[in-house]
Write a protein that binds this ligand. Structure first.
Ligand SMILES: Nc1ncnc2c1ncn2[C@@H]1O[C@H](COP(=O)(O)OP(=O)(O)OP(=O)(O)O)[C@@H](O)[C@H]1O
Length: 319
């Protein structure tokens, strides 16, 4: 179990103090698979580096299994950091496994069967003696994660596991991680930009923006936002002021965007009958409708809306 309370971290940049993590608190229960989402520079890697003891926070507390964080906590945690510096490139897969398990005090002699099984499962058995530098980026990433699993820690932290992978390797990696999530009973924290990955693997998503947690909710709850439908009606005439006012007051989630000699009415609804509300008002105005389209809403949009609203208003709204 991971408990983070009021973590604070800032860096000095060009003689200014920049807050990178601002009062971050979260709890991840044993066995939970949690996604950490955020735009570039949001503070995800900083939080992960603090969690694996690479940097110290300026303030706040971390508890691992109810004990205050110390060097000893690291025996419960394996981390795969972003990028390709998790392995020794001039060593083979098996030599890397031997080295990293050795650091944790394990001998690979007692683990040969487990190592071979895991390498077979993930199609790396033929590459066991291959130097890591000769492996593809996706294979290297898999090896780093396999080593983290072989360390048999309770907690696994993965920072951007699909970063830099092509479309095919990205798909394979998600499949690989799904197998891991299903077969290993671990507490897992995965940071990513990849909404699909978080949606498929995690039960909960924490969204961080400018060093602050702005949403911490189950994927199920966040997914309920998908039930919202979004429409655009293009009118080939501009609206008069009183018509705009009437439309804007008809629905909470309605925007009007003026184009050259047209205008777009964009609205998001949960109930289908709200479409008729808008259409009836437009009928009353007797303005010709040029186009009526439904827009797709996906997790990425939900995320962007949450981040966008946070940046715009300092408060969170889901659409
Ligand atoms: N050592 C450092 N010195 C100064 N600023 C830093 C340092 N490390 C990180 N930062 C700054 O802290 C902020 C958060 O960086 P961090 O790497 O944690 O973000 P991130 O959410 O992981 O972003 P990305 O998705 O781009 O990896 C950024 O503005 C970054 O420039």
């Amino acid at each position: 179990m991971i408990k983070i309370e009021n973590i604070q971290k800032s860096y000095i940049s060009k003689s200014n103090r920049v807050n990178v993590l601002d009062d971050v608190s979260l709890t991840i229960q044993k066995g939970e698979i949690v996604g950490l989402l955020g735009s570039n520079g949001a503070g995800k890697t900083t939080l992960i580096k603090i969690l694996c003891g690479l940097i110290n926070p300026d303030g706040g507390n971390i508890y691992i299994n109810n004990k205050i964080f110390s060097q000893k906590s690291l025996m419960y945690i394996s981390t795969v950091l972003e990028g390709n510096r998790n392995l020794y490139w001039r060593l083979s897969i098996i030599e890397n496994i031997e080295y990293f398990l050795g650091i944790r005090g394990y001998s690979i002699k007692n683990k040969t069967e487990k190592i071979n099984t895991i390498l077979k499962t993930f199609n790396l058995i033929d590459k066991k003696f291959e130097l890591v530098k000769n492996l593809s980026r996706g294979m290297q990433q898999k090896v780093a994660i396999i080593i983290a699993i072989l360390c048999e820690t309770e907690i696994l932290i993965l920072d951007e596991p699909t970063l830099g992978l092509d479309v095919k390797s990205n798909k394979e990696m998600i499949h690989f991680l799904k197998q891991i999530v299903e077969s290993e009973n671990k507490t897992i924290l995965i940071s990513s930009h990849d909404m699909g990955l978080i949606e498929q693997l995690c039960s909960r998503a924490i969204i961080i923006s400018n060093g602050k947690i702005i949403t911490d909710n189950t994927i199920e709850n966040l997914n309920s936002v998908f039930e919202i439908k979004s429409f655009i009606i293009t009118l080939n005439k501009k609206l008069e002021n009183h018509q705009r006012d009437k439309l804007l007051s008809s629905l909470n989630l309605l925007q009007i965007s003026e184009l050259e000699d047209k205008c777009e009415v964009i609205f998001n609804i949960k109930e289908n009958n709200e479409i008729y509300l808008v259409l009836e008002i437009l009928k009353e105005f007797n303005v010709p409708i040029e186009k009526f389209e439904q827009r797709d809403i996906n997790f990425e949009q939900v995320f962007l809306n949450i981040i966008g609203d946070e940046n715009a208003n300092g408060s969170i709204q889901y659409i």
